[in-house]
Design a protein around this ligand. Structure first.
Ligand code: HT7
Ligand code: ZN
Length: 876
């Protein structure tokens, strides 16, 4: 497979101004007739070849301006159709025969439970017809779809419906016209038997938009939350970003077989059912929140992605980073801002930092790739969003909004780059952001080492900050980044007023206890004067930058921050740090029994203060095994078995020490009202459920309480918490009986069954590998459905570390076998599933066997480019 480089980007020689497509859909094949209205670009030579991508297509007809093309005028290969000797403009006509019913890759046109649907991002359109399948070729589309009227009563594509008619032989036709030029990756088609939920939205300029969600009839009662989320997103984008919807109709279609969460095709968003359908029995609180944010994310792409799109796939974060930033702001506005920040920081620190330190490490704007599907990553999405957030922090809301308006005005209808985005921000704010742009090109997580000095006589406190970004594959020398470091100083009676050297003191301002320090050199000092006492620094407030911070906090200082700092992220993080150090001690001394009194005091402080219960719940949860493994591998090698035992011991100690507290919290926060997915209830449930988990730890009465909780639950959140707790703490017979009960209740609800698979895959009691292998044969599993694969195999490899890392390598082999099958069937899912094995270098014990499994896979014949890229980079 070939590596593609950003530095080799060339604008296309031909544009396609107008694309006419005519689909004839049949059960055993489909025909795609295309008429491409091409025009040679000004920069191209008269003899330039028109290069069209095409894969797995059978050529049935090829004509230029109505005349069949002679065979020496074109060249057809597995990947391309190249036509030469063309006039400056004209119409190229092709007919392709394709086989959607046997397309298991879920890219291009495929069938999901009989429904015809498409997934074209990033390079799937080339599996539908020959086309310059690159985002800088933008065209308007006119699409005719013919299919059997009974099997496919709904025929949909992008834009507006301009005609529908019956055809002979029980067939019918719909014609769609999309007036907005778009790249081929935003093309969509859906045909099948679906039922509709409809609503309307009146835009800020009074236009009426029809909102239509299409699902299988059995799921009609699960669409209300998505519809409500959509309407709130549309209003929010008008109010916060001034963005109005631009067509008269907006569709969301739910499909069962989908490689990712959802896809923002112009006016015809296609969603994984798991990201649209919501009901209390089949969706957790987190699931409701995820649906809200994904519906918003896809909707927001209408501007950040569709109206203004990417010039090439290296610029993917232009649309994804910006859109994740937008959806995060939306979620923060809909719920709790600090909660959203804590949860996003957890994802960054646990998963993105690991990606940044692993063999697939890449910058937010990668410089090269083999297979672009491998770059839909936490780095491009989440770190990309953090980069946009830092721009927002540096510019402030007003200038940022001006920059965003300028970006949309300047580039509407264009395919542009991350540089264009930053230029708009520069032009709107008058700030020079050239050094800041290193965030786009430099991979790796920067580490800030912070030390301090207190001059009691002068009342001067000095913070010395140095930054370093570790070497990553292909990038050994790193430059200093521009890092906004939000901070405060905590004194005995609360946060102190701050006067930075060179600044006039401002005792009047209420807001002078908080600063954004701009760290932009390898080493810097910040001096604060006029302080009455030696403070404790409150650092990286609100997770103001995606960096690690190394400051030698004492436990007393952490306790002070947990108890009294103004910033909820810092309070959460400080308690996490106290727990991490307790866990590290337990790992070093497994028989240690006493709980650190300062940790005890910190937990007490959090339990007794009135905080947002959702944030309180996050504060009281133990750091995850994955986070602990990431931290351990940053400074050495991770011992997953030691981490597991230490967490068990700390959970036990906290459970015993605070038994009364847990009971009080459980009693006061247990929700007795009927289930509603509203912030108030979600927060209360989270806190009650954390308390229940501790109550059941090593305690028979607590286990019976959990079992009762399971049976009395009116929602999936509580039922799953109870089930997990019983599986962990109860005897096997009780656990099995709940598993059977869950199956009996929900066997017909495929989304609930995914949770049933995950819970068992993550269960560390008994022989997990045998259990997972048995479940692979169970009717609730489907080896071709990405949701099922993620629910069972993904959950096992990512959330059952002690069995995945079994000493005999059986966990690695299990994952390897699944990847081997998927390599041919669905390469995108295969390469994603491989991720845990690629981290072999983080583990002392498993490394050799993990590598051996990667090596075995790399010797397989016919590796897909997706899997090849991950394997070759992991073994380099
Ligand atoms: N922009 C969408 C990306 C996507 C995708 C990418 C590769 C393979 C399958 C895919 N399905 C959707 C999703 C988003 O970020 O909004
Ligand atoms: Zn997106």
């Amino acid at each position: 497979p070939k590596t593609i480089f950003l530095s080799e980007y060339k604008a296309p020689d031909y544009g396609i101004s107008y694309t006419e497509l005519h689909f004839e859909l049949f059960d055993d094949h489909s025909l795609v007739h295309a008429r491409l209205h091409f025009k040679r670009s000004d920069h191209a030579s008269d003899t330039a070849t028109l290069v069209l991508n095409g894969q797995e297509l059978e050529l049935q007809a090829l004509a230029l301006d109505g005349e069949t093309l002679a065979s020496d005028d074109y060249e057809l290969s597995d990947d391309f159709l190249c036509v030469s000797g063309l006039p400056a403009s004209g119409v190229l006509e092709t007919t392709a025969r394709i086989y959607p019913q046997s397309n298991t890759s879920l890219e291009g046109l495929y069938r999901s439970r009989g429904l015809f649907c498409t997934q074209c991002e990033a390079e799937g359109f080339r599996k539908i017809t020959w086309f310059p399948d690159r985002p800088d070729v933008m065209s308007t589309y006119h699409v005719t779809v013919d299919a059997d009227a009974r099997q496919c009563p709904e025929l949909l594509s992008n834009g507006n419906l301009v005609q529908s008619m019956e055809l002979p032989g029980d067939r019918h036709r719909a014609v769609w016209d999309d007036p907005f030029p778009k790249p081929s990756y935003l093309f969509a088609l859906v045909a099948g038997n679906l039922s509709r939920v409809e609503d309307t939205f009146i835009t800020m300029n009074g236009r009426k938009v029809r909102l239509i969600i299409l699902v299988e009839e059995k799921d009609l009662d699960k669409c209300a939350h998505a519809m409500d989320s959509l309407k709130r997103s549309m209003r929010w984008d008008e109010e916060r970003f001034g963005r109005e919807y631009d067509l008269d109709v907006f569709h969301i279609v739910a499909v069962d077989d989908f490689n990712m969460g959802a896809m923002e095709n112009k006016s015809l968003n296609i969603f994984n059912t798991s990201c649209v359908l919501a009901a209390p029995d089949t969706t957790t609180d987190a699931g409701y929140q995820r649906i809200e944010s994904i519906v918003a994310h896809e909707y927001f792409h209408n501007w950040s992605g569709n109206r203004v799109t990417c010039r090439d796939w290296f610029q993917l974060s232009l649309k994804e980073g910006f859109t994740v930033f937008r959806d995060a702001e939306f979620s923060a506005d809909m719920g709790s801002r600090s909660l959203k920040r804590v949860e996003d920081a957890m994802v960054m620190r646990t998963l993105q930092f690991a990606e940044d330190a692993g063999p697939m490490s890449h910058p937010v704007r990668p410089a090269s790739f083999i297979e672009i599907s491998n770059f839909y990553t936490l780095t491009v999405y989440e770190k990309g969003a953090e980069v946009v957030r830092m721009l927002h922090t540096l510019l402030g809301e007003e200038d940022f909004r001006r920059g965003s308006d300028l970006y949309f005005d300047r580039h509407d209808g264009q395919a542009v780059t991350c540089d264009d985005f930053v230029s708009a921000m520069e032009d709107a704010s008058g700030k020079n952001l050239s050094d800041f742009k290193r965030w786009y090109s430099q991979a790796g997580t920067p580490e800030l080492t912070i030390r301090d000095d207190w001059d009691a006589e002068q009342g001067v406190y000095t913070l010395s900050v140095s930054q370093e970004t570790p070497a990553t594959p292909g990038q050994s020398d790193k430059e200093a980044l521009v890092i906004p470091l939000a901070m405060g100083l905590l004194g005995e009676a609360g946060n102190l007023r701050l006067t930075l050297d060179g600044e006039a003191p401002d005792p009047e301002s209420a807001d002078n206890t908080h600063r954004i320090l701009i760290v932009d050199k390898p080493e810097q000092e910040f001096r604060f004067s006029g302080l009455p006492e030696c403070p404790t620094p409150s650092l990286l407030r609100g997770f103001s930058a995606p960096v690690r911070v190394d400051y030698p906090y004492t436990r007393e200082q952490l306790l002070a921050l947990v108890s009294r700092d103004d910033d909820e992220f810092v309070r959460w993080d400080s308690l996490q740090q106290l727990m991490v150090s307790a866990l590290q001690e337990l790992q070093a001394e497994p028989h240690r029994v006493s709980l650190d009194p300062l940790l005890e005091e910190a937990v007490n402080a959090i339990c007794s203060q009135s905080l947002d219960p959702a944030v309180q719940a996050d504060m009281l949860r133990l750091p995850s095994e994955t986070y602990l493994a990431e931290l351990a591998s940053h400074s050495g090698k991770a011992d997953v078995h030691g981490i597991f035992r230490a967490r068990q011991a700390l959970r036990q100690a906290l459970a015993e020490t605070f038994r009364e507290r847990w009971q009080q919290l459980f009693d006061s926060y247990r929700v007795t009202a009927p289930y509603a997915a509203i912030g108030e209830q979600i927060g209360a449930r989270a806190l009650a459920n954390v308390a229940l988990d501790y109550l059941a730890t090593g305690d028979e009465q607590g286990v019976s309480l959990a079992a009762q909780y399971y049976f009395s639950a009116d929602n999936l959140t509580n039922r799953l918490v109870a089930l997990r707790t019983v599986l962990r703490e109860g005897d096997a017979a009780l656990g099995d009986s709940l598993i059977d009960d869950f199956y009996a209740r929900f066997k017909d609800e495929t989304l609930a069954m995914n949770h049933w698979l995950s819970v068992q895959a993550e269960n560390t009691s008994g022989d997990s590998i045998a259990r997972v292998r048995a479940l692979m044969e169970h009717p609730a599993y489907d080896s071709r459905n990405p949701n099922k694969i993620r629910a069972l195999i993904g959950a096992f490899a990512n959330a059952n570390a002690v069995h995945f890392h079994k000493h005999d390598g059986a966990g690695y082999r299990l994952l390897g076998e699944v990847v081997e099958t998927l390599n041919e069937q669905n390469p995108q899912i295969a390469s994603r599933l491989l991720t845990p094995l690629t981290r072999w270098n983080n583990y002392a014990q498993g490394a050799t066997l993990m590598r051996a499994e990667l090596e075995r896979l790399s010797e397989l014949p016919s590796l897909s480019p997706d899997v090849y890229e991950v394997l070759s980079k992991s073994l380099a």
